[in-house]
Design a protein around this ligand. Sequence first.
Ligand SMILES: *Cc1c(COP(=O)(O)O)cnc(C)c1O
Length: 358
Amino acid sequence: MLDIKITKTATPKAKPADETKLGFGKIFSDHMFLMDYDLEQGWHDPRVVPYAPFVLDPACVIFHYAQEIFEGMKAYRTADNTIQLFRPDCNAKRMQDSCDRLCIPQIPEEDYIQAVKTLVEVDKDWVPHTDGASLYIRPFIFATDVGMGVHASHNYVFCIICAPSGAYYAEGIDPVRIYVEDDYIRAAPGLTGFTKCGGNYAASIKAGALAAEKGFAQVLWLDGVEKKYVEEVGSMNIMFKIDGKVYTAACTGTVLPGVTRRSCIELLRDWGYEVIEGKLAIEDVMAAGHDGRLDEVFGTGTAAVVSPVKELDWKGDKVFICDGKIGPVTQKLYDTMTGIQWGRLPDTKGWIVPVCKG
Ligand SMILES: *Cc1c(COP(=O)(O)O)cnc(C)c1O
């Protein structure tokens, strides 16, 4: 158990008046969690303090060599006013995997969960009340050694901030157009594709910006070696329903192992669908699209939960999916996942961790 010291702000901010205009990750709650690491003490001094800027030496490792990792999760308010988390143990374990790859000292799973729960409880009034809105939680760790040498830092900060965020689909679920990226790559075997490290995102911004200019919501990444097999989209995993079976890339090092992905696979299998985690060639996806066998395509991730895809463009070839509408399996996954998360459906899988009464 961490001995977390809590210092509450003397100047609480006004809560957002209109929760339908929150957007995503734009405003932040009153407090943040901090814990420091050094070689002598290990992780120490866990505390909740008023949300405030950092003062950092310009020569810190984080600014030059990007030794940093992060997580993303949400706190949900149920109709009976319980504040709850969805599978925080999965995020805790994934952060340990990211830490290991980036040579960052790991944080025990129970300490991570305790830190998240403590901060959410302190800022529980920031968990939105509006249907579909939630408190987005962003834990991250960054290296603070001062100096230009490339090495694993001896000093780190673990921080958690919270952003009340609006319903992802405020205007109703809107299927998206996806650009299949054939030039840039996101990951390759041996690299950091399976981690949530900031560097992965820095390297992906250009492809995303070029696709956005052409009117696409996201890029679909192909494998970094042959550019032949589908991997994932911007910040979501992706699934294809072809001839009644569901296909998604296996988590073998180049794909981010999403908590939503994993939960959707479990639900699909419970419902009797065959889910194949493995290699799926983009050529086969396009062919299935052209002869009417590509039933549904959807992304999965914490922010959107599931995001239906209505169009794929690969080297000028286009396929259109489900007449531009959300497919029945995508809809059922969305309803079931959000039902469990917001407490409208029973948590038969043991995925929910309550934090406190709102
Ligand atoms: C976070 C993330 C996902 C989705 O993971 P969830 O745990 O479901 O939110 C997928 N792909 C990438 C690249 C990500 O960073």
